[in-house]
Design a protein. Structure first.
Ligand code: SF4
Length: 376
């Protein structure tokens, strides 16, 4: 049954204040409820012990409250934790926790599956089931914060310091929900993430990039992965719609404020995009863009026809870029043993999981080249 009551988890403070006023309650109640939802990460109205029962009952009648259910948890030997969450309608999405010495990052999903269909990506083989709502995006952060504390992995009520929108889905294809979620996550009286510590990654949804840059202060990452249209067309079908020249022009026009640099993600696929010639070509493509490059050695995935690069290749790539004054970092592969690394997110065992298809002797579903434009 479709529930068209507003989601309490997704209401910004001013709308919550209007709701509280309509219920003839004192104005301070709005802030109190907001703090329960977004600072304490309350999972239910019942937890709001200092909010009068009558108000909680009125809210329960007029609003829904999105809270994800933890369906599974996998912990890697390197400290990475991958959670699969179940939505109210039974969909599965994943978030990945990556602790480092100086930061604790959550990789967040923005859609159930993905329509972009990058051929090296497990999520891409699932196709798109639906967009996540703002409440479902934000609640990944709340459930993760709580669980990290429960597991004793970190102290404090909100241990996460950084967010990357690099989980399942193309965030800019669900821009309206992602924008609402970002506003809630950056709100001072909410989780209060610094815009410097939040990154949204796109596969190159050119028409939305400018709007994203104008409307949000957070950082942009572009999943580049090739230095020619010929290769990028093959591994990222979105390139046929917005080829490299258009994508890089949009990057040059991207509003650079707060000293933002665009991060270019480059997954190294053996024999596909990892030639030293690619490394030599890349600086020319990035000329005029305040850029840094993340080099990510690919993790081989069952059912997908790509291989990890030679172990030395990422460093060779990095050296060529450095010699041409392009900052590049080789990213460690995290959570390989639990399929939590880049391009490995697909709700395991679900209908779209190609690992399941591979086990059954079938191939993963073909992903359509469709770029939903939920531009709000
Ligand atoms: S890499 Fe990102 S954009 Fe491409 S299919 Fe996977 S989730 Fe979608």
């Amino acid at each position: 049954m479709h529930d068209d009551r507003p989601d309490l988890r997704a209401l910004p403070l001013d709308r919550l204040a209007a709701l509280v006023a309509a219920l003839r309650e004192k104005p301070f109640r709005a802030r109190q409820i907001h703090r329960w939802l977004h600072r304490a990460g309350a999972a239910s109205l019942d937890e709001m012990s200092d909010v009068p029962r009558s108000l909680r009952a009125a809210l329960a009648e007029r609003t829904a409250l999105t809270t994800l259910e933890r369906a599974s948890e996998q912990r890697s030997t390197d400290g990475t934790v991958k959670w699969t969450w179940r939505t109210a309608d039974g969909k599965l999405v994943e978030s990945v926790y990556m602790p480092e010495a100086d930061r604790r990052t959550l990789c967040v999903s923005s859609q159930v599956g993905c329509a972009v269909g990058c051929t090296f990506c497990l999520t891409g083989t699932m196709g798109l089931a639906r967009n996540l709502s703002p409440g479902e995006i934000v609640d990944q952060v709340h459930r993760a914060n709580r669980r990290i504390v429960e597991l004793g992995l970190a102290e404090g009520p909100r241990p996460l310091t950084n967010l990357v929108f690099m989980g399942m889905g193309e965030p800019l294809a669900n821009y309206r929900s992602v924008k609402v979620a970002l506003d809630l996550l950056l709100a001072e009286d909410g989780p209060n993430f610094s815009h410097r510590h939040v990154t949204v990654s796109t596969s190159g949804l050119v028409p939305v990039m400018r709007r994203f840059g104008e409307e949000t202060p957070v950082k942009l990452a572009v999943s580049l992965n090739a230095t020619t249209d010929e290769v990028r067309d093959r591994i990222m079908p979105i390139n046929r719609r917005w080829p490299l020249a258009e994508l890089l022009a949009a990057c040059r026009e991207f509003p650079v404020r707060n000293g933002r640099r665009i991060t270019f993600e480059y997954v190294l696929l053996r024999g596909v995009n990892d030639a030293l010639e690619d490394a030599r070509r890349l600086p020319g493509l990035l000329a005029g863009i305040p850029a840094k490059v993340n080099l990510i050695p690919y993790n081989a995935n069952p059912g997908l026809p790509f291989e990890a690069p030679d172990p030395a290749r990422a460093v060779e790539f990095q050296e060529i870029l450095a010699a041409r004054n392009v900052t590049a970092v080789v990213r460690k592969n995290r959570g390989r043993d639990i399929s939590a690394a880049c391009g490995q997110l697909a709700a395991e065992g679900g209908p779209g999981d190609p690992r399941r298809a591979a086990r059954a002797g079938a191939s993963g579903a073909a992903a359509p080249l469709a770029v939903p434009g939920d531009l709000g």
